[in-house]
Design a protein around this ligand. Structure first.
Ligand code: AMP
Ligand code: GLY
Length: 421
C-alpha cells in the first residue's frame, strides 16, 4: 500500500512512525513533513488544503491511502475530494468536520443526541451576549464559534474578563471565527480525552489521554496547543469510558448518520468528569497533538490496520491489542512560545538518544540545515516514552531531555503531575 500523510507536526511524525512499522506499507510520503519525518519517509511540498491538488498528487504518485492529520484540510473538504476520486481516505467529510469547525453546530447535535454537555446560548450581537453574561455571572466560558487554532476559548473567572472577551471576539480578534459567539456554563471536574474510531456505523474506542494545555508548571499561564500528554488517562476509567460511549459518543454518531453525514475517522471527545459522570467539553475531528504521540507509542503498527479498516467501513469485529503500558510525551518548545518565539536555533544531542519502540523523539517544528536540526516552529520536539508505569515513562522522558542540548528551547518539568500525585 502506498500511503500519503497530510501534515507536518509531531502528530504526523508519530503517525508516520507507526505506519512505517507495518509491513503493509510499501511507500510513505508526508506533506509537508519535517526534519524528523524526512529521516523515515519521503517529504513533499503540496497545498494540503486544496482537494484537487491532493487528488492529482495521489494519482501521480500511485497513492492508495491518505491519512489526514490536521483539521484544516478536513474543514476544507479534502476527504470529500479524495472519496469522489475513489481514493481511500482516513478523515471525516467536510460536513461531519463541523463537529470541530462549529461549536454551535456541535451544541445543536448534542441537544438532539441528549448528550450531557454544558448549557449554552449563542449570540451574533455583542449587547445580547453581554446581557446574558451579566444575568449569569462568572465563572462563565466564552467561545468563538469557528476554528481559531485552539485560541478561541476564554474561561472567564470574573465578569469583566467575559465582557472583554465579547468585545475582542466581535471586534474581530478571531476573524470570521468570532462572528458568532457561544457562551457556556462553566463545568467543574477533571478533563480527559477519549479517542474513538467510527466507520460510519461501528465504533471502536482506541485509547485515552490527558494533555497539559497551559504553558507553565502546575497548569498555569496562557493556553498552548499542548505541552505534554500521557496515556492512559486515569480519570477515564473503564466505567467512565463505557458511560461516555453510551451517553455521548454513540448518540452523537447516530444523529450524524440520521442527518446524512455519517462520521468516518477518529473522533476526539474532550470530556469533563465529575463524580463518575462524563460531560462533553468539545469534539475534535482528528487526533490530538500531542495526544496522538502517546497513542501511537502504545498502538504501534496496528494503528495502520485500524485506520484502514475504519476508512473501509470494516471496523466490525476489530479489536485493539493493548499492552499493559503507559506512554508519556513532553513537548519542547522554542523560547517565547506561545507568544512570539525565535526561529533557527540549533538543537544538539539528538543523534546520541535511543530511538526504539520505547523511546522516540517526534519532531514538530524542525528543519534540517547543513546537517543540523534547527527549530522552525513554536512546538519543536516531542520526547516520547513507554514503560510499565507512568512514573518509569516520565523518568525515561526527562532523562532523554537531560541529554538534549538546546538553549533556545524549554519544556515543562511536571508533565503527568496530576496522575502521579
Ligand atoms: P475547547 O477548545 O472547547 O476544548 O476549550 C479549551 C479548554 O477550555 C478546555 O480544554 C477546557 O479546559 C476549557 N473549557 C472549555 N469549555 C469549558 C466549560 N464549559 N467549562 C469549563 N471549562 C471549559
Ligand atoms: N492537544 C489538543 C489538541 O490537539 O486539540
Amino acid at each position: 500500500m502506498n500511503i500519503l500523510i497530510l501534515g507536518g507536526g509531531g502528530r504526523e511524525h508519530s503517525l508516520a512512525w507507526a505506519v512505517m512499522q507495518n509491513p503493509k506499507c510499501d511507500k510513505l510520503i508526508v506533506a509537508p513533513g519535517n526534519a524528523g519525518i524526512a529521516r523515515i519517509a519521503e517529504c513533499a511540498v503540496l497545498d494540503i488544503e486544496d482537494g484537487a491538488r491532493v487528488v492529482d498528487f495521489c494519482n501521480v504518485n500511485a497513492i492508495t491511502f491518505v491519512i489526514i492529520g490536521p483539521e484544516a484540510p478536513l474543514a476544507a473538504g479534502v476527504s470529500d475530494a479524495l472519496e469522489a476520486a475513489g481514493i481511500l481516505c482516513f478523515g471525516p467529510s467536510r460536513a461531519a468536520a463541523a463537529l470541530e469547525a462549529s461549536k454551535s453546530f456541535t451544541k445543536e447535535i448534542c441537544g438532539a443526541a441528549r448528550a450531557p454537555t454544558a448549557a449554552y446560548a449563542r449570540f451574533t450581537e455583542a449587547q445580547d451576549a453581554k446581557t446574558h453574561i451579566r444575568n449569569h455571572g462568572a465563572p462563565i466560558v466564552v467561545k468563538a464559534d469557528g476554528l481559531a487554532a485552539g485560541k478561541g476559548v476564554i474561561v472567564a473567572m470574573d465578569e469583566a474578563t467575559a465582557l472583554a472577551a465579547i468585545d475582542d471576539m466581535f471586534g474581530g480578534a478571531f476573524g470570521a471565527a468570532g462572528a458568532e459567539v457561544v457562551i457556556e456554563e462553566f463545568m467543574t471536574g477533571e478533563e480527559g480525552s477519549l479517542f474513538v474510531l467510527s466507520d460510519g456505523e461501528m465504533l471502536l474506542p482506541i485509547g485515552t489521554a490527558q494533555d497539559h494545555k497551559r504553558v507553565g508548571e502546575g497548569d498555569t499561564g496562557p493556553n498552548t496547543g499542548g505541552m505534554g500528554a500521557y496515556s492512559p488517562a486515569p480519570v477515564l476509567t473503564e466505567a467512565v469510558v463505557a458511560r461516555a460511549m453510551e451517553e455521548i459518543v454513540a448518540p452523537t454518531m447516530r444523529v450524524m448518520a440520521e442527518r446524512g453525514m455519517p462520521y468516518k475517522g477518529v473522533l476526539y471527545a474532550g470530556l469533563m468528569v465529575e463524580d463518575g459522570q462524563p460531560r462533553l467539553v468539545e469534539y475534535n475531528v482528528r487526533f490530538g497533538d500531542p495526544e496522538c504521540q502517546v497513542l501511537m507509542m502504545r498502538l504501534g503498527a496496528q494503528a495502520l490496520d485500524l485506520m484502514v479498516a475504519c476508512a473501509e467501513g470494516a471496523l466490525a469485529g476489530r479489536q485493539v491489542n493493548w499492552a499493559d503500558d503507559h506512554a508519556m510525551t513532553v513537548v519542547m518548545a522554542a523560547n517565547g512560545y506561545p507568544g512570539p518565539y525565535e526561529k533557527g536555533s540549533v538543537i544538539g544531542g539528538l543523534d546520541a538518544l535511543p530511538e526504539d519502540s520505547r523511546h522516540m523523539v517526534f519532531h514538530a517544528g524542525t528543519r534540517a540545515k547543513d546537517g543540523q536540526v534547527t527549530a522552525a516552529g513554536g512546538r519543536v520536539l516531542n520526547i516520547t516514552t513507554r514503560a510499565e508505569s507512568l512514573l518509569a515513562a516520565r523518568d525515561a522522558a526527562y532523562e532523554m531531555i537531560d541529554n538534549i542540548d538546546w538553549p533556545g528551547g524549554f519544556n515543562r518539568g511536571d508533565i503527568g503531575w496530576r496522575a502521579l500525585t
